[in-house]
Design a protein around this ligand. Structure first.
Ligand code: PAF
Length: 282
């Protein structure tokens, strides 16, 4: 029977554990999550296991990355089940603070962003990346891991966090891992649990539309018409599209038209009350 992780609720307790590991010369990995762990998260944890001697998984549904009209209240909270899954893989620490520990009364400091945080998600969720960057910087400062792992599913988030770690000179390598998908192509997400049976069937359209448009563009088709055909296909399947675009894969800036530029297709679209995001290389 593998050992359960130790659950830390305060920054001070986590720091004391990490300090002891550091004294022993051990390498520390961190996987920040909001819980409701699915196989995508578990792949990140396994990859952390391979890269570090001690692994911390953080579980914190971060209030500052939700707008008042979003799903903070209904976001799935499944700590006992999450800890059981982590026990099976074998991790040393779960950091699961309460909101007051992360945001003490009267807190007034947040991380402000530009660069890859401009546009896309920010056009629709202006509060989002400041909340993510603030909490992730606090988590990284609490645990000072050598490496922290994030999924490419939240591609813009990954680029924002890379830029932040660079700009703040955080001593943590930010590693992104490929999106894990259902057999029909749907990217794993804790929010997939919100989909009705009928919506779940339709949700596969997102990855199908992206793959088709990316294939056409890679074969030489013009980008804008391929994307607008994709938007029409998504709308015909019942989606409301926030964006379907191709951007520079590193900066997320508009394409400059050069052939050598790395490209990423990114999409966000609503199916009923559920907002799905996805992305692939082009
Ligand atoms: O990707 C997530 O689950 C969250 O945005 C993160 C990085 C854990 C910050 O709350």
């Amino acid at each position: 029977m593998p050992a359960s992780p130790t659950i830390y609720r305060t920054v001070d307790d986590l720091r004391a554990a990490v300090a002891a590991w550091r004294r022993d010369g051990l390498r520390v990995g961190m996987v920040p999550t909001m819980g409701a762990l699915h196989s995508g998260h578990l792949e990140l944890v396994r990859a952390a296991r391979e890269r570090a001697d001690r692994v911390i998984v953080t579980i914190f549904v971060n209030p500052t990355q939700f707008a008042p009209n979003e799903d903070f209240g209904s976001y799935p909270r499944t700590e006992a089940g999450d800890v059981a899954k982590l026990t099976e893989i074998g991790v040393e620490a779960v950091f699961a603070p309460n909101a007051n520990e992360m945001y003490p009364a009267g807190y007034a400091t947040t991380v402000s962003l530009a660069g890859p945080a401009v546009g896309l998600e920010t056009d629709f969720r202006p509060h989002f990346f400041s909340g993510v960057a603030t909490v992730v910087s606090k988590l990284l400062i609490a645990g000072f891991p050598d490496v922290a792992l994030f999924g490419e599913k939240d591609y813009q988030q990954l680029m924002v966090l890379r830029q932040m770690a660079r700009d703040l000179r955080l001593p943590t390598e930010i590693v992104g891992l490929p999106t894990i998908r259902e057999p029909d192509g749907l990217a794993l997400s804790s929010r997939n649990a919100y989909l009705s049976a009928e919506e779940r069937q339709l949700a596969t359209t997102i990855s199908r539309v992206m793959r088709k448009a990316a294939g056409e563009i890679q074969a030489g088709a013009a980008i804008e018409p391929a994307l607008s055909e994709g938007r029409v296909a998504l709308e015909a399947a019942g989606f409301r599209v926030d964006y379907l675009v191709v951007r520079n894969a590193d900066t997320l800036a508009e394409l400059d038209g050069s052939a050598a530029e790395p490209r990423r297709m990114l999409v966000a679209a609503w199916l009923g009350k559920t907002r799905l995001i996805d992305n692939i290389a082009v």
